[in-house]
Design a binder for this molecule. Sequence first.
Ligand SMILES: Cc1cc2nc3c(=O)[nH]c(=O)nc-3n(C[C@H](O)[C@H](O)[C@H](O)COP(=O)(O)O)c2cc1C
Length: 217
Amino acid sequence: MASELMAIENEPQPINAGLPRKPRILLAASGSVAAMKFANLCRTFAEWAEIKAVATKASLHFIDKASLPNGLVLYTDEDEWSSWKQIGDSVLHIELRRWADIMVIAPLSANTLAKISMGLCDNLLTCIVRAWDYKKGLFVAPAMDTLMWTNSFMEKHLTDVDDLGIVLIPPDTERSVCGERGKGAMAEPSDIDTAIRVFLEPPSSDSGSSNGMEEQS
Ligand SMILES: Cc1cc2nc3c(=O)[nH]c(=O)nc-3n(C[C@H](O)[C@H](O)[C@H](O)COP(=O)(O)O)c2cc1C
């Protein structure tokens, strides 16, 4: 399956963050039951990165806000519109794009994957993705029922997001999701954390590559 070819091991080589500050990671959740692990994911990244969070309306059914790290701002679609009143006001999805060095969507639902694949942008999360600067890393960790994962749409949609430059963090093969055995369960938060750390590792002196992270005020 094309997804195997897009595994994290084959994606951007580790490159030098080179920043005098912590990396800024924008963590986003869409409406998979795996969003129950989103607070855990946020706590893991908060140990070493500056984080902000974005949640789709559906994902809010699964996120335990009380378990999020203290002080973490969780942006929703309402914030996109309440923060904009007139020309000249900042636009939240653009501000978050500018702020972030890296975006991680975990979990990525089948619905949000399909929307990204087609370029749709009807909520805060998908507007950020549509406006994303692909010189910066964008990672996705899908999570869904096994038959959703093996549905014939999947290969097409994964190819589309790979073409955009989005990096797949593949789901687990052996664990169960929605009570079934098979592929589709989101990678563990610790594995997602490791994937991003590898991306940010300093390069070997002769690699000359860049991860798009620039010093920002
Ligand atoms: C209890 C429940 C669990 C769900 N789990 C998943 C899931 O694991 N993966 C998935 O892709 N969709 C799942 N869905 C369906 C999505 O929530 C639905 O497609 C929703 O529109 C996704 O919206 P979003 O992509 O904007 O977050 C689930 C729905 C329900 C009601």
